[in-house]
Design a protein around this ligand. Structure first.
Ligand SMILES: Cc1cc2nc3c(=O)[nH]c(=O)nc-3n(C[C@H](O)[C@H](O)[C@H](O)COP(=O)(O)OP(=O)(O)OC[C@H]3O[C@@H](n4cnc5c(N)ncnc54)[C@H](O)[C@@H]3O)c2cc1C
Length: 511
């Protein structure tokens, strides 16, 4: 078959690009190294039969509100894509047994804030109103190619709406640390912690510039936009994307690792795989590959160019561990209300998160890592046998090169310590565990080469690697220094997460 485009990697962005190009009538082939598509979006029974675990991403809110669903929503639904909304997206629990939760309802959330942090109610309401005002600008910026005319239009409209000072306030929000932002707005350490825990989902310790924007969007946005997970597991999204691609005449070929991008006369014209197959495409090659790994796929004369080799300096964020549990019952949280929330954050406080990040960055195993305890069966009971549950525990953040030994040596023991920490907030958890699967940072990298050293983000989001600097200077607008070689994925703008945004932007770039 004569191909228009080849996509290397069947992650959410590669598949999104292929689906959108296919919808335009382009002939697309996706080559995936793994036996199954999805990359960091996979659902599997890794503990006991009948217990379906989202091995990596669980929260599909970005995808649900993103450009791919906007363009292909009905076709995805026809291929089985189904979401389960959460009435109670997330909360934080604290050592004294208190909690603070964000519900998909402003009034209820304000009541929750009033119960444990009455001094912050007014600021909370003001920030909720502020998000309502700036959301169109922020969504416009995050959805625009960086830089682009559409970005300039969004900024121009923002200046008309908010004035120069108002636009500079937005810029300040984008560059603030979560500590600076939360100290400016909130008094209670609980409200501050609630927001700062979202920075830890990315690689933003409370004191790092750039952490406030995502924390603000997720925390305040949780009440306005809620949270959704996939019906039966996040792979509903991947299966539907593959269905849409195939319906358009495209193909997703698994167990096909690309080992070389073919460049002729300075243009990417095709690829070779480990099996020795060669494929060619007229419009170019899209690498849904961590930019740091792209130069190694190029011929020596291209790889050695300084503007190409620069991508090898693209830095990973700190590492992550996943612990999947099959449970007899949900954790018995001391803060009883936490039982109803999809995510329970355990920092507990902002200073603990700062210490955790510093220890991990220095190569030490954090004494008390920040935990995101996912309870998907609260809203989607289909993921476990009747009356049973699965728990999704993400450990933030861990060293890329632990001094104590390799992850294969120390991973299980460290996971034991994580369970101990949850037990402090939910006594008796161990007695409810029916099965357990630990995915160390080394396991994450083995599962998906893009997760370099166990970095769940596909590259750090610190300001030097974000906005028009993502992934590295000169590799912008989803293009590379090699003509017709495009990049998409978490390592490119607008960054990590299951949004599909870079897939949509690269599809437009390929044309
Ligand atoms: C543990 C964890 C939890 C997360 N939780 C969430 C969450 O709840 N919500 C959220 O929004 N985001 C979450 N994320 C982030 C999100 O899952 C990722 O940012 C996103 O899925 C990355 O998509 P991608 O398009 O970059 O492709 P990837 O998922 O990185 O997939 C790329 C694919 O390319 C393949 N590939 C690479 N090189 C080659 C090659 N040479 N030849 C062929 N194939 C190749 C890989 O095998 C892989 O399948 C999480 C990530 C992790 C790891």
């Amino acid at each position: 078959m004569e191909l228009d485009a080849i996509v290397i990697g069947a992650g959410v962005n590669g598949l999104s690009a292929a689906a959108l190009l296919g919808a335009k009538g382009r002939r697309v082939l996706v080559l995936e190294a793994n036996p199954v598509p999805g990359g960091a979006v996979q659902t599997a029974e890794v503990t006991l039969p009948g217990f379906r675990h989202d091995l990596f991403a669980m929260n599909l809110g970005l995808f649900a509100g993103g450009p791919v669903v906007a363009a292909l929503g009905e076709r995805l639904a026809a291929h089985g894509f189904a979401l389960v909304p959460s009435a109670k997206p997330f909360c934080s629990v604290f050592p004294d047994g208190s909690m603070l939760g964000v519900e998909a309802d402003v009034e209820r959330t304000v009541a929750n804030v009033a119960a444990v942090a009455p001094e912050d109610v007014r600021a909370w309401q003001e920030l909720t109103e502020y998000l309502g005002q700036v959301a169109p600008t922020l969504i416009g910026v995050l959805g625009a190619e960086m830089p682009s005319r559409s970005l300039m239009t969004t900024m121009w409209k923002a200046r008309r709406q908010f004035g120069t000072t108002g636009v500079l306030e937005i810029a300040k929000l984008a560059l603030s640390s979560t500590r600076a932002f939360t100290e400016e707005h909130f008094e209670s350490p609980r409200t501050r912690a609630l927001m700062a825990s979202w920075g830890m989902h990315l690689d933003f310790a409370p004191d790092l510039a750039g952490g406030a924007l995502f924390s603000f969007l997720e925390t305040i946005g949780g009440q306005l936009f809620g949270m959704v997970i996939g019906q039966g597991g996040a792979s509903t999204m991947i299966n539907a994307l593959v269905g849409v691609i195939e319906e358009s005449g495209g193909r997703v070929a698994c167990n096909e690792r690309v080992t070389e991008i073919i460049v002729e006369s300075g243009r990417a014209v095709g690829v070779r795989t480990a099996q020795g197959a060669e494929y060619r495409a007229s419009r170019g090659v899209i690498a849904n590959v961590n930019p740091r790994l792209v130069p190694a796929l190029l011929p020596e004369d291209q790889r050695s160019r300084p503007d190409v080799a620069r991508a090898e300096t693209f830095r990973p964020g700190l590492a992550t561990m996943m612990i999947h549990l099959a449970l007899d019952d949900l954790p018995a949280w001391t803060a009883e209300g936490a039982r109803d929330f999809n995510y329970v954050h355990i920092g507990p406080y902002l200073d603990d998160m700062a210490m955790t990040y510093t220890q991990a960055a220095a190569g030490l195993l954090p004494d008390s890592p920040t935990l995101v305890v996912g309870q998907p069966t609260v809203s989607d009971p289909s993921r476990a046998p009747e009356g049973k549950h699965v728990l999704w525990v993400q450990v933030r953040v861990l060293p890329l090169h632990p001094r104590e030994g390799s992850w294969d040596e120390i991973g299980e023991a460290y996971a034991d310590g994580v369970i101990d920490k949850i037990e402090q907030y939910a006594p008796g958890l161990r007695s409810r565990i029916l099965g357990r699967k630990v995915l160390t940072p080394a396991d994450l990298q083995r599962a998906n080469a893009n997760l370099v050293l166990g970095d769940s983000l596909g590259g750090s989001h610190h300001p030097a690697q974000f906005f028009f600097l993502r992934p590295v200077p000169g590799w912008w607008r989803h293009r590379t220094p090699v003509d017709r070689l495009f990049v998409c994925g978490a390592g490119t703008w607008p960054g990590g997460g299951v949004g599909g945004g870079s897939g949509a932007l690269v599809a437009a770039a390929v044309g």
